[in-house]
Ligand binder design. Sequence first.
Ligand code: 5GP
Ligand code: MN
Length: 320
Amino acid sequence: MINLDLLLEEADTIAIAGHINPDGDCVGSCLATYNYIKEYYPGKKADLYLDPIPNIFKFLRFSEEIKSERPENICYDLMIVQDCGDVERLGESKKYFDSAKVTVNIDHHISNECFGQHHYVIPTASSTSELIYNLLPKEKINRFIAECLYVGMVHDTGVFQYSCTSKSTMEAAGFLMELGINYSKIVDETYFVKTFEQQKIIGLALLKSRLHLNGLCISCFITKEEMDQYHVLPKHLDGISSMLRSTKGVETSVFLYENGENQYKVSMRSAQYLDVAAIAVKHGGGGHVRAAGCTLTGNPEELIEMLVNEISEQRKGGEC
Ligand code: 5GP
Ligand code: MN
């Protein structure tokens, strides 16, 4: 385990960054660290860099201070990378990692190869937020930090449902609940509530979905044209792959959305035994055994066929 306080004490300038297209755990865990530094190290220069975050997370304290512009020529004493399986996933923030004097990597992706000088990478942990919870002195976790961590845990566990949820996750969540956070509201407003446009595109995705391998696998793709038609951005498509996966009898879902010319972002989920991280890693992506992703170029129907074949091969090969 790393000593976050020791690292913070030795640094005058600190950068925090997470992965591109930040999700609940990325936003929550990064803002928790940022809130901690602002609260207990007010004299230090701290910057949190993330791509624009979904509006649902903007109630978290200091979210308005997140920087999406990343100026050149800043060298930080300490760079803390959170929830990021590899350095490429830092996107534009990678330059701060490359030039920082000291680097720290806190993550729970199975594909994380422990980059950085100091790392705390626990693939069995529910979320990076749970890891930040482990690292912070309990008596120094205030209500604002608790809100950030709770958001992260809720999102990466599917509201404490996925198999990554453990006794320690629930104990951490229980501790946070006692700090005066509005836990029901957090779950409802950041996880379940969708905009009308989002509901429509979820409906479209379900209507377009197809079954493969005798109902073992479900797939669907959404084009840029469809996203424009329903006025949704990539960040609004979170949750569709999990929703597809919850179809009775399905082990794996494969969801694609167009995010460039002929380019598709792949989001896979599995229920009990398929290792989707292995498939994503093969294509330059990564993630967890039950939730992983990558980016592919080509015709979406053909890409789905290729992925379904790989799923079938893995199953036949008894790798799972
Ligand atoms: P999602 O399907 O929600 O985009 O991602 C599922 C999990 O896989 C997340 O933990 C996410 O960080 C990881 N992931 C998704 N896409 C990629 C990718 O292209 N590269 C890597 N390394 N991880 C990814
Ligand atoms: Mn995460």
